[in-house]
Structures are given as C-alpha cells and as structure tokens.
Design a protein. Structure first.
Length: 390
C-alpha cells in the first residue's frame, strides 16, 4: 500500500503541472478593461486606478488584456469591435467598465469622456449602449462572457439635469446564454466612488479574484459580502447569470505572470500595408531574454482566416525549423523573415525589416492563438489570430 501511494505521488508530481498547463492553454482568455475618469464637469477619482489594477490582476490569470483609459465614444466602440473579432474557440471574454453610467428607459449607457448632453436623446446617440457590448460578445462565439459594470456611481449630469426618462442607477440587463453580468450595486441604486485608491466594488474584486478553486458565482458572492460590510450596508453588488458550465479565475495553481501584451489605447492608425515581396532573410530580432531553439510544435505551415479592422484576411504562415519564415497574405507572397520562440512569445523580423512580437497560447498540436503585442502598427495591438495546421 505504501509503495502504491508513493507511485501515485510520483505520477501526480510529474503530470499535475501538465494538466494545469493544458487547462490554461485550452481556454484562451481575453479582456477589455476601460476606466473613464476625466469627465470635464463631473470627474471621478478612482476609475483609472480601478481599471489599471484590475488589468494587472487579470494578467496574472492568463487574460490577454487591452486597457483603455479616458476614452471617447469612437475609441470605446472601436475597442469593443476589436475585442469581439477573431475569437478563438472556447474563449472566456471579460469586459470591465469603471466610470459614469446612466439608465434611460430601462437601458444602460456607459458615458464616454468628452461627450456633451443636453437631453436624454443625446445620451442615446452619444454614449455607448451596454446591451450592444453584450450582444457583440455573444455573437463573437465566446464560450464564457463576463461583463462587470462599476458604472452607477452618481448622476453625471448634476442636479439641474432632470428627466422622467433618466432613472437612478443602472437597470438589470438580460444575460444571453453563457453570460454573467455583474453590477457594482443593486438595480436602481448608486455606488460609491470610494475614498481610497479603488472603489469598494473593485477593491472587493481585487481581493477575491485571486482565491484559488472558487467558482465565479461564489467569488462574486464574497465580493457582495465584502462591499456590503465596507459600505455599512449601503451598497449591495448584483449579478445576473446564465452561465451553464463552471468558470474560475484561479482554477488550481497560484497566480503566475501572464504572457499578455502591454496595455494600449487603440489608435486611429490605418491597417497594416502589404510588406514588400522581395528581400533576403534578415537576422533574428533580439528578445528581452536569451534566445532558445525554435519550438518544435510551431514548426510547420499554419493558416488564419478572419476579418480584421473591417478587412478580410487570409494568412498562410510557414515556420521552418532553421528559424526562417515566409508569409502568403491574401494570396501574395511576402518574402522571407526570421522567428524565435522564447517564453511563450514569438519574436519575428519581417521581410521589410520591422520587428514583431506575439503572445502564444497553444491549444493543441494543430491549433494555437497568437495575440499581437507589437508589429509596428498600433491598430493591430491586442488582435488575436487562431492558426490551424495545414
């Protein structure tokens, strides 16, 4: 019996890390985190801290995060569109907004920075409809969809702005299948911005998300209890859920440093032009750590097809074991470049001399997701591409 127990312990020691890694790799995670504070007439103190701190926490649990602060309406809409394009199978997606939000005629609107309103009709066309974000996530094919709204802090229009259509707090939204929507307080109530670095609600999230092996429903229950106590029973977070499966932010292992890209604000830069077709292979770029041998699993021919920035894209990518690579983009050969795989990142030098970096999530032997960290075009940063072996 002792010998059998020893054998089982050895097997667990050998294979448990592989099981945890497989869980992480088979469930791609992406997040869009927005914090708006610089409202000209009614600024807030904590949304930038809330968004930045939550983005850092999510990266520890394998989320690829796009962080945006003080965004106007076009920036918010473009970020949502990018966030919901090119989604890999079984992806868990999370949207977080900290800032002003209002309810008008039963619909919730997130207030961009720089928008001006004179009537309730202005809000409908100059703010971002929360239901639109939920619908985009649902239509993207995300397996798990999480919306977190710390956005009902007070009336952003002041006491002089009154309308029967403008209601207190946020309204409860319908959660499409596979969706959990979390509010910083109960429907029709307002939430505190907080006297410390974070709002009471976001502070609760930062405390409870790292707890291991806790289903998301229990995590939010713990946040509710924490906020209720901290605010003297004045604020009660709320959720609406139609999740069918199980989801945990920290399934098993302690948090690790994620391989997510650096947070960016989407740019108005134009889509990537077609690189020059000629040229010899330049020397490999130098990544931040020592170079290692190319990953054997990535060697081969891979294909990505999808829509990026409103354009149809078909990429055939050939990674050779000697560290050279070629692209065929929309049927046009791009010349030769180089690649190296280091620490779950791929570092490239393109045929036109630009350097690139992408975060790699291997799903299985025939599929991987690359998240663009930097390819010289800011509009592409944060985009995800699912490649399949050819």
């Amino acid at each position: 019996m002792q010998r059998l127990s020893l054998i089982m312990l050895v097997l667990y020691t050998l294979f448990a890390p592989v099981m945890v890694s497989a869980l992480t790799e088979s469930e791609p995670r992406r997040a869009l985190v927005i914090g708006n504070a610089a409202y000209p007439e009614y600024p807030l103190r904590n949304p930038l801290h809330d968004a930045t701190d939550l983005a850092d926490t999510l990266r520890r649990f394998h989320f690829v995060v796009t962080l945006i602060t003080d965004a106007d309406k076009p920036t918010m809409e473009r970020a949502v569109e990018d966030f919901t394009q090119g989604v890999a199978p079984q992806t868990a997606g999370l949207f977080f907004f900290a800032g002003h939000g209002v309810q008008i005629e039963g619909l919730n609107y997130l207030i961009p920075v720089g928008a001006t309103f004179e009537t309730t009709s202005d809000v409908k066309y100059r703010a971002v409809l929360a239901d639109w974000i939920s619908a985009r996530m649902d239509e993207s094919g995300m397996a798990v969809k999480i919306l977190i709204l710390d956005a009902c802090r007070n009336n952003p229009f002041g006491r002089g702005w009154r309308s029967r259509a403008l209601n207190r707090g946020l309204a409860q939204m319908q959660a499409p299948e596979g969706t959990l929507i979390s509010y910083s307080t109960s429907p029709g109530k307002t939430a505190a911005d907080g006297a410390g670095r974070n709002s009471p609600f976001t502070a609760g999230l930062l405390q409870e998300i790292p707890q291991p092996q806790r289903p998301i429903e229990l995590m939010f229950k713990a946040v509710r209890a924490r906020v209720h106590e901290e605010t003297g029973m004045q604020q009660t977070p709320w959720e609406a859920s139609s999740l069918r499966g199980n989801f945990s932010f920290a399934p098993d292992a302690p948090p690790v440093v994620a391989t997510a890209p650096v947070p960016v604000t989407p740019s108005t830069a134009s889509p990537q032009p077609t690189p020059s077709a000629a040229g010899t292979a330049p020397s490999p770029p130098k990544p931040p750590s020592a170079l290692g041998a190319p990953a054997e699993l990535l060697v081969g021919t891979w294909r990505f097809t999808g829509v990026e920035l409103g354009q149809r894209v078909d990429i055939l990518w050939h990674l050779r074991p000697d560290g050279t690579q070629t692209y065929i983009i929309n049927g046009v050969a791009q010349g030769a470049g180089t690649w190296q795989y280091v620490g779950a990142h791929i570092y490239e030098r393109y045929p036109d001399g630009r350097q690139g970096e992408g975060a790699i999530q291997i799903l299985d032997r025939d599929r991987f997701v690359v998240t663009i960290v930097d390819n010289g075009f800011p509009a592409h940063t944060g985009l995800q591409r699912l490649y399949s072996r050819q």
